[in-house]
Each structure stands twice: as structure tokens, then as C-alpha cells.
Design a protein around this ligand. Structure first.
Ligand SMILES: *Cc1c(COP(=O)(O)O)cnc(C)c1O
Length: 403
């Protein structure tokens, strides 16, 4: 790789490899030396329609041509209203609040849940229950419900009153831990990802989701489902919690929502919405006409039933290939897990060296924790591209007896 000078003006909160991308096309990113990389990171589950998609380009171009990029929420604009209609129709929830990122959506949901708890028959608690291994963002509230000591410790004190419960333990221990934690005198909401992304691509069993819904409902505690990473078609369903057959009180969305433009959303029931009044919350940029126009087009595609069926077929193909790889390398790979095109390869060792070798071979992947390789291909990736990724990955694993 050629020698480069590193940039000294950007704050170093990331450690990017020595690559500079200058263009994108479908499932590929192109660097300044003209090298093409198969992007199975999708900017962390963001560019679900690939790079330079017709949908995003057309919708953005039309919105720019209309000359209406921003008005603030002091005034009504059509794109946000259309998008809200579409998202409520697709999720069975009743109202939408738009913001600019995932962490902001989670902050909004936590505030809305607290406000809703203030209803006459609401819980008196103001704390939150979150799940071990969960990730919800990097701001003070969203970080407080995130179970990562390394992210949290330097910034204490965070929002107080958060209890973590392990959802992956045996059912009797799980039942008694949640029974104790979900105390309406202490907490007003529980937040959960149907599939933990940063926590290692760990799907929550449907029966656990249903049990959490039943327990929270019984106690008047709000259930916040965070689908910022696993939602919007990635699992082959529009929402990852659909197979569990539950309806949350609040649902957070972001990453792929506007096809790469920054946008987040909180969807909620009419009951929650009824507790929120003008002046309770706000944002300057949220739901602006440019991002909302793009999101409306992106969501229309991601929710199409033929599109979702195709995601499920490709996911079966990818998972079968990964299972074959796992059988060939039982000493390296402990498990392949996930749903749809959100897949984790759990290793016995470190994920970072494999991710680096794959990148050098032209495949972009992202670890999820120390020992899990995460695959988040564009939902538009072709079978051929899935096969190319599988063969690059195979070439990056040491032979069974070597190392
Ligand atoms: C990425 C992520 C967030 C935070 O989103 P940002 O846009 O990075 O603030 C929250 N929840 C989940 C599940 C995520 O994957």
C-alpha cells in the first residue's frame, strides 16, 4: 500500500485504515488508486440500497431541484408528512417523530417514555431497564442504556436509574431477573434490540421478546424496540420484531432510513403520542424535506414484498455458504448467527486480523465486539457478489492445520 500522510485536522475518535474512498457503485467502493472493494459493511447497515442507487439519486435530485432543503419544524412540509404516513402504515404504530441520527432517536424515545409515564395511571419510576450486551448510542441517555463499560466509564455520571438484565440466560433465571427489574416504582421503560448489532449479532429469541412485551404491558412500563441497525428490511422482514408478533410502544429507526443521508425516527402508539405536547421536545433539522424525500423513496423500496422475499432468498444462500465455511473450520469458527442479511461469524479468536486480511483482499467487513465478524451487505447485493465475498472470506482463513 502506498505511503500517505495522515490527516491531522480530524479528531481521532476512529482508527481508519489507510484507504481513501472517492466513489461508490452498487455494492462496491472505489479508492483513490482505482481499487474496488466489495462493501459488506454498508457504512454499518446504512447503504442498504448500495452506493449511488437510482432511488437515492433521483429523490435527492428532485428535492434539490424544488429548492426546498430546509424550513425547520416551525412550518409544515409534504415529504415529512408522507414519510410519517408510510412508516406508521408499515409498522402499525400511530405517530412519527423525525430526528437526525440513531442516538437522537433513542434519546427522544427515552424522553417520550418518561413523559408518558407521567400519565395518571402510569408507573412512578423514572429509570430504564436495558439488556446486557445492548448498544443504543453515544449520548448521555443512549450511552446510559448501552452495556459497554469502555464507552461509558470515562463519561460518568450518565443518566441515572438504569438496570441491565441478561436476556440470554435460562428461562427461569430470566423470568425472575426481569420480574425483579421491571418494577414500576423504579422504571418507566425497557429498551431492547431484537438483534443486538454492536453486541455481537445476537438475535433475541421471539419468545423472549413476547415475554418482555407481556411483562411490560402488565405493569404499564413502555417497551422501546430499537431497530436502528436490524430494522428496515435487513432481516428480510420490514421490522425485525414482526415474527414475534408484538407491538412496541415506541420504535426507533435510523441507519438505513434515508439511504445514507443522516436521519432517525421514533414511532409510537397514539397512547404515547397523547402524552407529548408541543414544546416537550424538538429539533432544528429533523424530518427536513430533502432527507424525508429520500427516506420516503428508500422506505418504499425496502418495504416492497418482492424486495423482502429476495432479501430472504439471498440470506439463505449467504448463510448456507457461511455454514459450509464454519464446518470446514471448526477450530476457527464457533458459530454463524443472525437473521437475513445481518450475519455474525463468531470466532474462537480475534476478529480484527481476519477483517484486515479481507480488506486487503478487497472485501470490507466490520467486527462486532472482539471476536465476531459482522456481514452487513447491501440488501441489493447480487448472488454473484455474495459468492465473491464468500470466496474472499475463505481465502482469508488460515488452513485448518496452519495459523
Ligand atoms: C448505531 C446504533 C445506534 C446509534 O446510532 P447513531 O446514528 O450512530 O447515533 C443506536 N442503536 C443501535 C441498535 C445502533 O446499531
Amino acid at each position: 500500500m502506498s505511503e500517505r500522510t495522515t490527516n491531522t485536522s480530524l479528531l481521532e475518535v476512529y482508527r481508519p485504515p489507510d484507504l481513501v474512498f472517492v466513489a461508490g457503485e452498487g455494492s462496491e467502493l472505489i479508492d483513490d488508486a482505482g481499487r474496488r472493494f466489495l462493501d459488506f459493511t454498508s457504512g454499518i447497515a446504512v447503504t442498504s440500497l448500495g452506493h449511488g442507487s437510482r432511488e437515492v439519486t433521483e429523490a435527492a435530485t428532485e428535492a434539490l431541484a424544488a429548492g426546498l432543503v430546509h424550513t425547520s419544524n416551525l412550518y409544515r412540509t409534504r415529504p415529512a408528512e408522507r414519510l410519517a404516513d408510510r412508516l406508521t402504515g408499515l409498522t402499525g404504530l400511530d405517530r412519527a417523530f423525525f430526528c437526525n441520527s440513531g442516538a437522537e432517536a433513542v434519546e427522544g424515545a427515552l424522553k417520550f417514555a418518561r413523559r408518558h409515564a407521567g400519565r395518571p395511571d402510569g408507573p412512578s419510576g423514572r429509570g430504564f431497564v436495558a439488556l446486557s450486551g445492548g448498544f443504543h448510542g453515544r449520548l448521555f441517555g443512549s450511552l446510559a442504556v448501552t452495556d459497554r463499560p469502555a464507552y461509558r466509564d470515562p463519561f460518568e455520571p450518565l443518566t441515572p436509574g438504569v438496570r441491565f438484565v441478561d436476556p440470554f440466560q435460562a428461562s427461569t433465571a430470566l423470568e425472575s431477573d426481569f420480574d425483579a427489574a421491571l418494577d414500576p416504582d423504579a422504571v418507566c421503560a425497557l429498551i431492547a434490540e431484537p438483534i443486538q448489532g454492536e453486541g455481537g449479532v445476537r438475535p433475541l429469541p421471539d419468545e423472549v421478546l413476547r415475554r418482555l412485551r407481556a411483562l411490560t404491558e402488565e405493569r404499564g412500563i413502555a417497551l422501546i424496540i430499537d431497530e436502528i441497525q436490524c430494522g428496515l428490511g435487513r432481516t428480510g422482514q420490514f421490522c425485525a420484531h414482526e415474527p414475534a408478533g408484538i407491538r412496541p410502544d415506541l420504535l426507533t429507526l435510523a441507519k438505513p432510513l434515508a439511504g445514507g443521508l443522516p436521519m432517525g425516527a421514533v414511532l409510537m402508539t397514539e397512547a404515547v403520542a397523547g402524552s407529548i405536547h408541543p414544546g416537550d421536545h424538538g429539533t432544528t433539522f429533523g424530518g427536513g424535506p430533502l432527507v424525508a424525500s429520500v427516506a420516503d423513496r428508500v422506505v418504499a423500496t425496502l418495504s416492497d414484498s418482492d424486495f423482502l422475499a429476495e432479501v430472504r432468498h439471498k440470506a439463505t444462500h449467504l448463510q448456507a455458504g457461511l455454514e459450509r465455511l464454519a464446518r470446514r473450520h471448526p477450530d476457527l469458527i464457533s458459530e454463524v448467527r443472525g437473521r437475513g442479511l445481518m450475519v455474525g461469524i463468531a470466532l474462537h479468536g480475534e476478529a480484527a486480523p481476519v477483517v484486515q486480511r479481507a480488506r486487503e483482499a478487497g472485501l470490507l467487513l466490520v467486527p462486532a465486539g472482539a471476536s465476531v465478524i459482522r456481514l452487513l451487505p447491501p440488501l441489493t447485493a447480487s448472488r454473484n457478489e455474495l459468492d465473491r465475498a464468500l470466496s474472499i472470506l475463505a481465502s482469508c482463513l488460515p488452513e485448518p492445520d496452519g495459523s
